[in-house]
Ligand binder design. Structure first.
Ligand SMILES: *Cc1c(COP(=O)(O)O)cnc(C)c1O
Ligand SMILES: [Zn+2]
Length: 606
């Protein structure tokens, strides 16, 4: 006997699985799976439910699976629930817990739902699976489809984080990047399924059924007690609706005595549900997402109405933080609790933190935040606010310099309050020295201080205000220069002429191997011309025959006056190869300085 049936959540039209397992064929609304709980209860082994080790598979009676032989599982679920005492102490919360969903097989909670979805695809004899995804579902479905030996087509928005793309491609899915956001990809995937008869995976009802297991586990891990609050980041709303639905099932079976309040976490760049909640409505307005939390960047949430109704029913709410706040919270969760989560995963904690700061919770409330996805999936996001680590020569004296000059402190303090403006006019050396002690806790010699002040002056003459991050860079660069054994070249000045339809012409004044030089050269662009001109000035003196291997420009665009960071990989003919980095408001200055520095490093190493 079937334990479940499908109905439209909006118009309640019943559906056979052969008609649709995704959207209502009458009104287009989302389908929902309804169980006959007496039948579920009969299938349930209460003894093993209470004693078997944690895993998604122990709740198989709660899934709409008819044929257990078709199950496609990678042993998802059974993730840790950590008592976050360090963060709890900071926020004045005694019972703050993190559900670390990043430890699922592909690094995200979605594996729980994918297990059921791909099992159903197999049961229904799918010849191929297709889906739209912001990246995580792509990787998850790709993995399970491979295990089930079903071909998988994936549509992702252009610019999907590299970790997720790498996973999806490695699992062998056929990936299409679309120049649009997730919601458009979802429309296209749905059309693809209709036209080619593929199984449409995505945030549909069978996925919900699989994702209920996160809810069951939270209850079990709290020793069969229900938390007061669960906070979870929401894109389509499928996951959180599933968690709540699972907990309600346990409640209806008499396994717990109350229900949690559910708190939806979103970012200001993607907040359709927060806006609806502020109007006390179950209808939301579609928005265009723009947020670093790419996994929840859904402007038209397919389960939006379901999750809003859950929020009102439970007495919870929907709240937001901005991207900057989120990235800081991501750092904090990692540093205090050892949980490295991608931005969308850390969003749950970020919102809990903001609410705690506003005294939203009582100190003995039991609060679970779901850290939905692994940080390794999107390593570029934290690097937006973290500096690159220092690169040193392989000498122990360099390690000593790192400790003595507190290079680590310069890097670390440069990453908080990055955009605080320290100087708008050229300061005195004394003032620079005081600020460096205050901001970076580093005391430097007069000679180094003079060089730093000179550098600041150059920036200010170019019309740039010096922010804290800039001062950090300048300070490190000067310390680097002073640590070089051999400074065989220095570039004193340059002039470059360039236009749209003619080659660039560079003139360089400098000093190489103890002699002054002045040289000119043409190149396809200004940087090219400048570097050819420098090499020209060195003529036959450059024994190492230094070559530029790779050149990368990164622009820090937060703030009006962007800085450019240049990374040059250079090598000498003795086989040494190094990476030279510099920062400047001017791309040409930064490039010339990077070349000069790299050249000197290669000669110092010789
Ligand atoms: C998919 C995903 C979300 C959003 O989940 P929904 O079910 O769409 O609400 C949030 N965080 C991460 C890490 C995700 O992968
Ligand atoms: Zn309908």
């Amino acid at each position: 006997m079937k334990t479940y049936h499908l109905k439209c959540y909006h118009c309640e039209r019943p559906h056979k699985e052969t008609e649709s397992v995704t959207e209502c064929i009458k009104c287009g609304g989302p389908l929902e799976t309804y169980f006959n709980y007496e039948e579920v209860h009969r299938r349930l082994n209460m003894h093993s439910l209470k004693t078997a080790p944690l895993s998604a598979m122990k709740y198989v009676a709660f899934y709409p699976i008819e044929n257990f032989e078709s199950i496609v599982s990678l042993q998802e679920g059974g993730t840790p629930l950590l008592h976050a005492t360090n963060l709890g102490n900071k926020l004045g919360l005694k019972y703050l817990y993190i559900k670390n969903e990043g430890l699922n097989p592909t690094g995200v909670f979605k594996d729980r739902g994918t297990m059921v979805e791909v099992t159903k695809a197999k049961e229904l004899g799918a010849k191929a699976i297709c889906l739209a995804s912001t990246g995580n579902m792509a990787a998850s479905v790709a993995a399970y489809a491979s295990a089930a030996k079903i071909p998988c087509y994936v549509l992702v928005p252009e610019g999907t984080p590299v970790g997720k793309l790498a996973q999806t491609l490695t699992f062998g899915a056929r990936v299409i990047q679309v120049r649009a956001d997730y919601s458009r990809c979802a429309e296209l995937a749905s059309e693809m399924a209709k036209k080619f008869g593929y199984y449409l995976a995505g945030d549909y009802t069978f996925r919900t059924e699989g994702q209920k297991s996160q809810g069951y586990e939270i209850i079990e891990q709290l020793f069969w007690k229900c938390p007061d609050y669960i906070v979870c980041s929401v894109g389509n709303g499928t996951n959180f609706h599933a968690i709540y639905k699972g907990i309600k099932e346990f409640y209806n079976l008499g396994l717990i005595k109350k229900l949690p309040k559910i708190i939806v976490a979103q970012t200001t760049g993607c907040n359709p549900l927060v806006k609806a909640f502020q109007k006390k409505s179950t209808k939301f307005t579609i928005i265009k997402p723009n947020t670093v939390a790419s996994a929840m960047a859904v402007g038209n949430p397919s389960d939006g109405r379901k999750i809003l109704e859950d929020v009102y029913e439970s007495g919870g709410g929907c709240y937001e933080v901005d991207d900057e706040y989120l990235l800081q919270a991501q750092q904090e969760m990692a540093r205090e609790e050892g949980v490295f989560s991608e931005p969308s995963g850390a969003l749950s904690y970020a919102v809990a933190k903001k609410l705690a700061d506003e005294n939203f919770f009582k100190s003995d409330d039991v609060i679970v935040v779901s850290a939905c996805g692994n940080g390794l999936k999107d390593p570029k996001s934290p690097l937006k606010i973290l500096p690159e680590p220092a690169t040193l020569e392989p000498e122990f004296s360099e390690i000593e310099r790192f400790i003595d000059q507190k290079l680590y402190a310069i890097r670390e303090s440069g990453s908080s309050e990055k955009t605080k403006i320290l100087f708008s006019n050229t300061p005195t050396a004394e003032k620079v020295g005081n600020i460096i002690i205050k901001e970076f806790d580093v005391d430097i010699t007069n000679k180094i201080l003079e060089a730093v002040t000179e550098n600041i002056k150059q920036f200010i003459t170019k019309g740039k205000k010096i922010k804290k991050a800039d001062l950090g860079y300048i300070l490190e660069e000067v310390l680097d220069e002073f640590s070089l054994q051999d400074r065989v070249i220095s570039i004193e000045d340059f002039e470059i002429k360039t236009g749209m339809h003619k080659p660039a012409k560079a003139e360089i004044w400098g000093n190489a191997f103890g002699k002054e030089f002045k040289s000119t050269a043409e190149g396809v662009g200004p940087v090219d011309a400048a570097i050819i001109a420098i090499k020209e000035g060195l003529k036959d003196q450059d024994e190492l025959d230094v070559k530029l291997i790779d050149y990368a420009v990164e622009i820090d665009t937060r703030g009006v006056d962007a800085s450019v960071e240049i990374k040059m990989t250079m090598s000498g003919k003795n086989g040494d190869s190094i990476v030279s980095r510099t920062t400047s408001p001017d791309i040409i200055v930064a490039s010339i300085k990077a070349f000069e520095k790299g050249f000197n490093i290669l000669y110092s190493k010789r």
